[in-house]
Design a protein around this ligand. Structure first.
Ligand code: PMP
Length: 390
């Protein structure tokens, strides 16, 4: 009997067996020709996944926060003005992080579940000259999605560098970095990219690199400094040995496998698969009469959902029951509403079978906790949604 529950949190996710197998191979030298080929090829494939044909990719050992740190420390100098669009916990993190590098930060945030009005953002850009604008594509604390295209447009109109925190979106939600004019798109390995935690990934536009190259002051973070890493990325792509800090050889081998799988699926079908599964989850929660944190489908992410607990049932009661029924889910994260909702991750290698099994486990958990609803309502709704175009 298989007794392992499905891991359906918003990262780390369930990993494809071939990705895990790649990590189990014997260790290799970071300057072995075979590894140099893998690293160089992974960098090239990132451009295809990010849809940024002339972008500069970086692969670093670290988590998503390092990718945020890298963008901030290389692009911001003491006194630069930064506008942070916040739709939850991770927007707040970016504001704090930017301050460490001397940025003068203006935070534009929305109540949990909402997105700041684009007109309000534009008004702020007209009021003050900013150097960078950051936004969280999908804030993992609220499951709220910001539309990146108008952000890129604003960046171009007002001559500002745009930084997209895509830790919970890259390779799941639609992103067309170059077409949409986004200067930095950053992520981490453990979410829709589908590789165990430990890699910080980022693609920078030519304009972002030029801004870095014309800095007047040294980068305030030794490890993240592009002066150290840009030559390394260029060397690996030119298939030449190089060293600054030891690369995570096993994780990069796994990344290469995962990027091949992503591109084999194709970016358009992959975006569509995430959209279908995201929509089916939301439909199931509606059928179970569970409210959700995002105020509308328009601002709801496809990579995770954030349903609220029914009245009188707490996470401490419900989540262990759902786990017993087969799915590991996450509790709330946004400090203002933390105890009122839970989170279900559905990205990367997620299948329709995972979706139905997860809704089934949630229904079992709800029934065990005494919630009244027509059993099977969520599964039925999700099933109908998945098959609506047949
Ligand atoms: N930004 C977002 C949107 C995230 O979801 C996360 C992680 N959940 C981070 C940043 C930070 O990434 P990490 O935990 O890998 O440092």
């Amino acid at each position: 009997m298989k007794d392992r529950p499905l891991l359906m949190i918003p990262g780390p996710i369930e990993f494809d067996p071939d990705v895990i197998l790649a990590m189990g191979k014997p260790g290799t030298s970071h300057v072995d020709p075979d590894f140099i080929e893998l690293f160089g090829s992974a960098l090239e494939k990132m451009r295809d996944v990010w849809l940024a044909p002339s972008g500069q990719p970086f692969i670093m050992s670290g988590s998503g926060t390092l990718a945020m740190d890298m963008a901030a420390s290389n692009l911001v100098e003491e006194g630069d003005a930064a506008l942070v669009i916040s739709t939850g916990y991770f927007g707040g993190r970016y504001a704090e992080l930017l301050k460490r590098y001397g940025a003068s930060v203006t935070l534009l945030s929305s109540p949990p579940g909402e997105v700041p009005d684009i007109l309000e953002i534009e008004k702020e850009l007209q009021r003050k000259k900013y150097k960078v604008l950051t936004f969280t594509h999908v804030d993992t604390s609220t499951a709220v999605k910001v539309d990146p295209e108008p952000m890129g447009q604003l960046g171009r109109t007002y001559g500002i560098l745009t930084i997209l925190d895509g830790v919970c979106s890259v390779a799941g939600e639609e992103i067309r970095q170059e077409e949409w004019g986004i200067d930095v798109v950053l992520t981490a390995s453990q979410k829709a990219i589908g590789v165990p935690p430990g890699l910080a990934l980022l693609v920078a536009s030519r304009q972002a690199i030029d801004t870095f190259l014309t800095r007047k002051t040294p980068v305030g973070n030794y490890y993240a400094d592009w002066n150290n890493w840009l030559p390394i990325m260029e060397a690996y792509e030119a298939r030449k040995p190089s060293y600054f800090g030891t690369p995570a050889v096993s994780l990069i081998s796994a990344l290469h496998v995962s990027l091949c799988q992503i591109l084999e699926e194709g970016m358009e079908p992959r975006f569509r698969r995430h959209a279908t599964i995201g929509s089916a989850f939301r439909t199931a929660f509606k059928a179970l009469a569970l409210d959700q944190v995002p105020r509308s489908d328009k601002v709801a992410a496809n990579t995770l959902s954030a349903p609220k607990y029914p009245e009188g049932i707490s996470g401490a009661e419900l989540l262990p029951q759902i786990k017993r029924a087969g799915a590991i889910l996450a509790g709330g994260l946004h400090p203002e509403i933390k105890d009122s909702y839970f989170r279900v991750g559905h990205m990367g290698a997620v299948t329709q079978g995972d979706l139905l099994a997860t809704i089934g486990a949630i229904e079992t958990g709800l029934l065990t906790c005494g919630y009244q609803f027509p059993a099977g309502a969520g599964i039925n709704a999700a099933f109908r949604e998945l098959n609506s175009d047949r």
